[in-house]
Design a protein around this ligand. Structure first.
Ligand SMILES: Cc1ncc(COP(=O)(O)O)c(C=O)c1O
Length: 436
């Protein structure tokens, strides 16, 4: 057994750190179960009281190659000892990483600009799009999340991300995302003919001043509750954008590096975005992000017009190169598909038995479990979801809560998880969710 959590929970050292945190840290961070992480290996996390958990968070979809992977650790240690930062001077690690990213993404993406955070990558994408087109409007989607800096926050399709921080960046146009479990048009997928795409024309007709630079979209919406669009939606959206001369920005900050069972989620529909934002898993814990794009777009910026102090520094670039090696050598995308299927089958079985488990959706090793008071009315059950999060953590599986209504449990273990580890976790889910 990997998971091993002792009572009392939280333990004494955990309580000590929690009270220090309460005293010295602001409460603006995401609410988490009372677990103070001390160390981790692969998918197993130890807290400061020695309790052992199976990690189903990957620290918000970051540690794709598993915690403290020896090859990753060595790359970081070597880079730290050799050279950490040099600001915009090229280094072997940075240029090799740029080359590999360009080689592994669709061929129209022939430049890679390395940055530090996901928000920086989405900001940069919008800046490039505005400069290249000379236009200012950006289409974004209900429920969308692209980061917390001002431009990124302005395209957030969720009040929780921007409440009280206005005014926002002007020129953002919001369109419905296909949240099919709660279709904003009350339609059914079998018969809707992707009405939300047709509706996009009406949105633009009503809201645009005729100055649209780009649209920005996630291949699945993470923060909104792991909402996956129906097959074909993204490809049709891409075609729509091409027809309307609108640049297509795909925000793969969290969906990339094997998470959905392919290296990039865009592979599922053979998408060809003009700009591609990467983050999280690319550094697997070392702050790293990237904006991939077409050279014609980047050429609209003059030297010195866009850069970042630590972006692509040798430390983060070396870490990312190690991540790419590990992903290939260990077949992590394939593992995500294989173990993901086992988990998905298990959760779908549970959905039949658990009265409050309204929807189970996902791809590869990223899923959302949506909780409701009543399967017929679909009334969201955020309190119950939080109770489930606490009980799961107390039973040895670390999870977090997300969603437009705070009623979704995020399933996102590191991609190195084995079938046995997944079975053990499923056993814990089964016990906890049946007891809700
Ligand atoms: C789709 C997406 N874009 C952008 C971001 C922002 O990334 P960061 O927190 O690294 O700035 C996130 C983070 O959760 C994300 O999920």
């Amino acid at each position: 057994m990997m998971a091993d959590v002792k009572e009392p929970w939280p333990g004494p050292r955990t309580r000590e750190y929690l009270s220090l945190s309460e005293r010295y840290e602001p409460r603006c961070m995401t609410q988490q179960a009372p677990v103070v992480w001390e160390r981790a290996e692969g998918v197993v996390v130890w807290d400061v009281d020695g309790n052992r958990y199976i990690d189903f968070t990957s620290g918000v979809l970051v540690t794709n190659v598993g915690h403290s992977h020896p090859k990753h650790v060595k790359a970081v240690q070597d880079a730290a000892a050799r050279l950490m930062n040099c600001y915009d001077f090229p280094t072997p690690a940075r240029v090799k990483l740029a080359e590999r990213l360009v080689e592994m993404t669709p061929e129209n993406l022939d430049k890679a600009f390395l940055l530090t955070t996901g928000s920086e990558a989405t900001e940069a994408a919008m800046r490039v799009a505005k400069r290249y087109t000379g236009r200012h409007e950006i289409i974004s989607f209900y429920g969308g999340f692209h980061g917390r800096t001002y431009g990124a926050m302005s395209v957030a399709g969720k009040t929780g991300t921007k409440r009280g921080f206005g005014p926002m960046m002007p020129g953002v146009i919001f369109a419905p995302y296909p949240y099919c479990y709660r279709c904003p048009f009350g339609k059914e997928l079998e018969t809707c003919g992707l009405f939300c795409l047709e509706f996009l024309d009406r949105v633009v007709e009503a809201e645009s001043t005729g100055d649209i630079a780009a649209l920005i979209i996630e291949p699945y919406q993470g923060g909104a509750g792991f909402i996956f669009p129906p097959e074909g939606y993204l490809k049709r959206l891409e075609e729509w954008a091409r027809e309307k001369d609108v640049l297509f920005i795909l925000d793969e900050v969290q969906s990339s590096f094997g998470r959905t069972g392919r290296t990039f989620a865009l592979e599922w529909e053979d998408l060809r975005p003009n700009l591609l934002c990467l983050g999280k898993g690319i550094g697997s814990g070392v702050p790293t992000s990237a904006l991939l794009g077409e050279s014609r777009l980047f050429e609209s910026l003059a030297p010195g017009e866009m850069s970042s102090t630590t972006g692509g520094n040798p430390l983060s670039a070396s870490a990312a190169l190690a991540v790419l090696d590990i992903m290939e050598e260990e077949g992590l995308a394939e593992n995500a598909l294989r173990v993901g299927k086992l988990l998905m089958d298990g959760f779908l079985r549970l959905k039949e038995e658990v009265e409050v488990l309204g929807d189970v959706r996902g791809r590869g090793l990223v899923m959302g479990l949506e909780f409701v008071r009543d399967k017929r009315t679909k009334e969201p059950a955020p309190d119950l979801t939080w109770e489930a999060v606490l009980r799961l953590c107390r039973s040895g599986v670390l999870v977090g809560r997300v969603g437009l209504y705070g009623n979704v449990i995020r399933i996102a273990p590191p991609l190195v998880i084995t079938e046995e580890q997944a079975e053990e976790a499923l056993g814990i889910f089964s016990k906890v969710l049946r007891g809700l």
